[in-house]
Every structure is written in C-alpha cells, then in structure tokens.
Design a protein around this ligand. Structure first.
Ligand code: DOR
Length: 431
C-alpha cells in the first residue's frame, strides 16, 4: 500500500463546529479546512465523511502482544490487526513475552515481525524490561534496549518489590527513556483478581485491597520526587491512587498516569457469577473508584487512556475463577466502549482525543497528528451511530476474552489511516 492523495469530505471534528474537509498528500496532513460543498477536489480517493467523526488515530501505551512465546494468545500480526480495527496508529508493547524483551535481539525480532506483517503500520514501539527476566533483581541493559528501538522500560506484570533496585533502575533509565510503573505491593496483592470488599466477601474470593496499589503509588511518587526522575504510573484503578497523584501533581512531582477503559466502565459487580472474563489485574473496583477515575481523567490528574490489552486463549479463561488468567482483550473495542461515556455526557469526545491520542504521544515522544499541515496523516473515522454486537468474530485480536462479548455497543471505528495509508476499512470487501 502506498500513501495516496486522499480527501475526507464533509466530516465532523470533535471540538470544532461545522463540517470539515481533510486533505492528505504524501502521508501528511495538507490541510483541515471548512467543508465546501461540491468543491473541486485534488485527484485521488475521496472518502465521504457525512455522519462520521474524524479524530487523530490513537496511541496505546499499554498493549501485551504475546510474541515471542505465547502466540496462541496473540501474535504481532493479529495484535496489529486489532490495533488497526480499533483506530490505533501507535502501539507500545509490554516486555512480558517469553523470552522476556530484556535484550536487543528480542526487540529487533519484534520490530521485524511488525514490519513484515504491517509494513504501513500501525507502528509498534516495544517497551523493554526494567530488570533482567522481569525478576526484579538485576537491571536490564537499558541502553542496548533503547538502541534496538525500545521507547520505555517497565516491569509490568511483575512489580519491583525491592525499593533499592527500583530506585537504581529509575536513576539508570533517567537519561534513556521513561519508566512505566506497575504499581502493586506484590505481597499484599498475591493470588487475587477481585477487589477486596463486599463483592469479594460475597463470592468467597480472596480480595486484593486498593491499598496494595496505592502503597506502591505513594512509594514511587516519593522516589520520583526524591530523584527528580519522571515516572509513568500504569493502569491506575482506584480513588486512593488518584488522590495521591493529584496531591503529587500539585507539588509539581514529575508524575504521569494512565487508566483503562474497563476501570471507567465496569465495577466488581461484573464478577457476579464468577465471570473470568472480568478478571483483570489490577481488579475492577467499586463504583466510587470508577467515578473518581472518570473525574481524574477529565481534569488531567490521570493523563492518558491505555488499553492494557491482555489477550488470553479460551482454555485460559474457561477455568475456575481462581485459576483463570488476568486480563481483558481491549484493542478492538476500546473506543467504541468508551463512547458510552460520551453518550452519557460523562466524557467529551475531545477528552478522548486529548487522553488517547495527543497526550500519550507527547509523553512517549511519538508521531502525533494535531491536524496541522505537515503532521503525519494518522487518523480514524468513527461512526457514532453504528450499533453492533461484540462477538468473537467481530474481534481481530486472537484474544476473545472480554466481558463485552454479546453486548451491544453504539459507535464504531470504520476506517484507520497511518501515514495516509488506509490500514483498516470496515466497508472494504472482505473486511
Ligand atoms: O490483567 C493483566 N494482564 N494485568 C497485568 O498486569 C498483566 C496482564 C497480562 O500480561 O496478561
């Protein structure tokens, strides 16, 4: 596929009144201009944007790709297919592969697989391990990982319990790339998947307290301030963490944070019936936590949205609750699911653009489209009125593990372009 001359005509744009025409040439935005009916168009494909919304393509700072090593859950080709279908142009992928992405050879392998499968994008940006094997004992070779193409470092999935090691890792990473922190006291959070509270008691499940997250949020905010090294807090799930982050930001601490669509849309009530599809780490929390996160996102206390796309195979979820793997497959459905909050008036479409496209690209220094001339033509078209039902077949990811299965959603990504190349087109034959 080549970067064509493209026009999207008569489309609405969040935050702007009226209808607009987007002109794309050589993979770049040439102009976003007020719509002129029946105007002469440049040569090339014209996409009718009537009834659609135009947004910059999204950046996901938190995807699990599973390749190398666990390709039965997902591989880079299927993960990027889900990304394209979900409206993403940039995907940061976590290091908890097998082998772990703790050396340059693994990073280069991942990048090669991405280029071979999706030469026009979505773009893959590997996140390197913070410690060797994610074991939390020796620092990973971060300079080597960055030279191979890693854009951040994380021990995601395996929080670093030893504060001295975490401190050294942050100091070492400071001149190389940002650290993404999975905040969880691993002793207190052991073997769970359910928020500690009335629901875990009712279901007879061992609970994971919100304090297990907030204790490490507090520790790592203090470290970031002490060292004056930035830290990015992954998948924040509860009010206690939000309050700590808000206070830290007020003091000027170098802290950024993310939350995920499932924490904004669901609570631990989803565990009734021991539904393993809703088992995720950190766990779904209370409605009070959910509302605190929505507010924090609107206010910018939480900087960004990220999916924590964690695909698993059917046999890893069709088990007793306590044996089931943690995680929700999220790339395909993230925007459509979040749209429910826009329909309810709890989020604005512009919040989604800021928090799921512009700000993550800013934090991780990735290409971003603000629709200024010369910006990369990374965009998505969204039909806010398309009603559809989430089925296994509707998901491009191999991971069909989402509590949304069987649920109707209103709003759907119909087209995604990266550098002006259409990488997903719902209306194309065979799509
Ligand atoms: O639910 C989760 N799944 N949380 C994590 O931190 C890791 C992830 C995975 O890799 O499956």
């Amino acid at each position: 596929m080549t970067a064509d001359t493209l026009t999207v005509a008569n489309v609405r744009v969040p935050g702007r009144d009226g209808a607009w025409d987007l002109f794309v040439a050589d993979g770049k935005v040439r102009e976003l201009a007020p719509h002129v009916p029946n105007a002469a168009r440049p040569e090339g494909r014209v996409i009718d944007g009537a009834g659609l919304l135009l947004m910059p393509a999204l950046t996901d700072a938190h995807t699990h790709m599973r390749e190398p090593g666990q390709e039965w859950k997902e591989d880079i080709a299927s993960g990027l297919a889900a990304a394209a279908a979900g409206g993403f142009s940039n995907i940061l992928c976590m290091a908890n592969t097998d082998p772990v992405n703790d050396n340059g050879a693994i990073t280069r392998f991942m990048l090669r697989r991405a280029r071979d499968a999706w030469p026009s994008g979505p773009r893959l940006f590997p996140i390197g391990a913070l410690t060797v094997g994610l074991r939390g004992r020796e620092l990973a070779p971060m300079a080597e990982l960055a030279a191979a193409g890693c854009v951040a470092f994380s021990n995601d999935g395996e929080p670093v319990a030893d504060t001295e090691i975490f401190r050294r890792a942050m100091e070492y990473a400071a001149d190389i790339a940002p650290v993404i922190d999975h905040c969880e006291d691993p002793f207190m959070a052991k073997g769970s998947g359910a928020n500690e509270g009335a629901m875990s008691a009712r279901l007879g499940l061992r609970g994971q307290p919100d304090a297990a997250e907030a204790i490490q949020v507090a520790r790592d905010i203090l470290l970031a301030e002490y060292l004056n090294v930035p830290i990015h807090l992954a998948h924040v799930s509860c009010r206690r963490s939000v309050e700590l982050i808000a206070a830290a930001k007020k003091r000027g601490a170098p802290v950024t944070a993310e939350t995920c669509p499932h924490y904004l849309l669901m609570t631990d009530a989803a565990l009734l019936g021991y539904d393993t599809m809703a088992k995720v780490n950190p766990p779904l929390r209370s409605d009070d936590d959910r509302l605190a996160l929505i507010e924090a996102l609107r206010e910018g206390v939480i900087d960004i949205l990220a999916t924590d796309h964690a695909p698993h195979a059917a046999h890893e979820k069709e088990t007793p609750f306590e044996d089931a793997k943690n995680g929700i497959s999220g790339l395909d459905t993230a925007l459509a699911a979040l749209w429910e909050l826009v329909r309810q008036g709890r989020l604005a479409a512009t919040d989604i653009v800021t928090r799921f496209a512009w700000r993550p690209a800013e934090i991780f220094k990735l290409p971003v489209n603000r629709f200024a001339p010369g910006d990369p033509a990374d965009f998505l078209l969204f039909d806010p009125d398309d009603s559809w039902v989430v089925t296994p077949e509707s998901l491009r990811s191999k991971g069909k593990n989402t509590p949304l299965l069987g649920q109707p959603l209103t709003g759907r990504v119909v087209l995604t372009a990266v550098d002006g190349v259409v990488v997903h087109d719902l209306k194309a034959p065979g799509a």
